[in-house]
Ligand binder design. Sequence first.
Ligand code: CMC
Length: 428
Amino acid sequence: MADTLTITDNRTGRHYAIPIQDGTIRAMDLRQIKVTPDEFGMMTYDPAFTNTAACRSSITYIDGDKGVLMYRGYPIEQLAEHSDFLETAYLILLGELPKGPELDRWTNDITHHTMLHENIKKFLEGFRYDAHPMGMFLSAVGALSTFYPDAKNIFDVESRHLQRIRLVAKVPSIAAYAFRHTIGRPYVLPDNDLSFSGNFLNMLFKMTEPRYDPSPVLERALDVLFILHADHEQNCSTHAMRGIGSSHVDPYSALAGAAAALYGPLHGGANEAVLRMLTEIGSKANVPAFVTRVKAGEGRLMGFGHRVYKSYDPRAKIIKRIADLVFEVTGRNPLLDIALELERIALEDEYFISRKLYPNVDFYSGLIYQAMGFPVDMFPVLFAIPRTAGWMAQWEEMLQDPEQKIARPRQIYVGPAQRDYVPRDKRR
Ligand code: CMC
């Protein structure tokens, strides 16, 4: 009887011993619980999946109470200190840190797949000047599926590897072109002599100089931000990636859907919402009144709270440190004082303490992005670039998991019982 859960159905008096594995019971084991044999059987009801594991995963580990985040077992603090984004992406996608020549080969592969087909440029040109770059980004990623029909071979290991190289390599180019489009500047070709993040800065900000020379501080800061955003287990957009991918569609189409999920203000759009909130607050003096309004239910303190972290988000701690380095180069973002005051007041306030609401990754990242010269509507795009590695790793894991099938949640039907159609002239 060890490692089982005994359930007594008080409707029938029957007992059921349900196996427990990894502190979890299988929802399908509940189906045997019925009052009459012709009944469907017991289901669980879990809107928003707050207590349901939908997969077994070996990619990312989070302990939300202790504020721990690890990729493939490596603490995020160590990766942010010692690794770079491409090495971390390799780790997330392939399971181990690269050995010997593996990193050079991976870096070379990514560097040589950054170019976009000319028709993707034309596709981007079709957007209006004020199109949101995230809308452009997710549309262009979806459009890539028509350029790479070989990506439909999702059960071909080599094809899957090629698509992940293409996607990790091309998302910065799409993001940069979307940015240049909105400000009416010509698209800049990738520079293969620069690092992943250095080249991204080149494609964003190069003007007439023959060679773009990225600031090493900003290049490293961006790279660390990319490491911090590379994966975060089963969040809304990853769930979208797995859910769409479970229909066996190509990864570009699935990733376009994941990016759409990330676009929302409760997810990757939150850093954009934080900046708008700080701008609206306007000054340190207005912070107490703003907090009072939040506590009265008039809006949320954006960049605070998390479904999983019930302590300080470990990524927010690292970002706060990077902010100081970035501001030494760019000058201090004046909104920082408002953010620090908000954090100070919120962390001492019973409303936030009792609900375990702490700053999350988005609270300070936007301040850095803004200081680096990014407009706020680029923020979710900056999240989507590194998360592409995480989405592709989760997609790969989903495809290789023999227990996964097309995603299909159940529902509890609460609509009308059967009734007869009423002709239009007889309806009241
Ligand atoms: N400001 C004020 N109150 C809040 C906030 C907030 N940011 N977040 C949660 N609460 C309150 C909420 O009103 C509720 O109070 P009560 O119990 O009195 O009704 C309680 O805290 C629990 O909130 P919840 O909505 O049940 O929590 P959740 O786990 O469903 O939501 C969240 C998580 C991240 C959507 C939410 O905290 C939120 O909306 N935060 C602001 C948006 C944000 O910063 N999102 C970025 C998340 S991190 C990056 C990412 O994953 O993309």
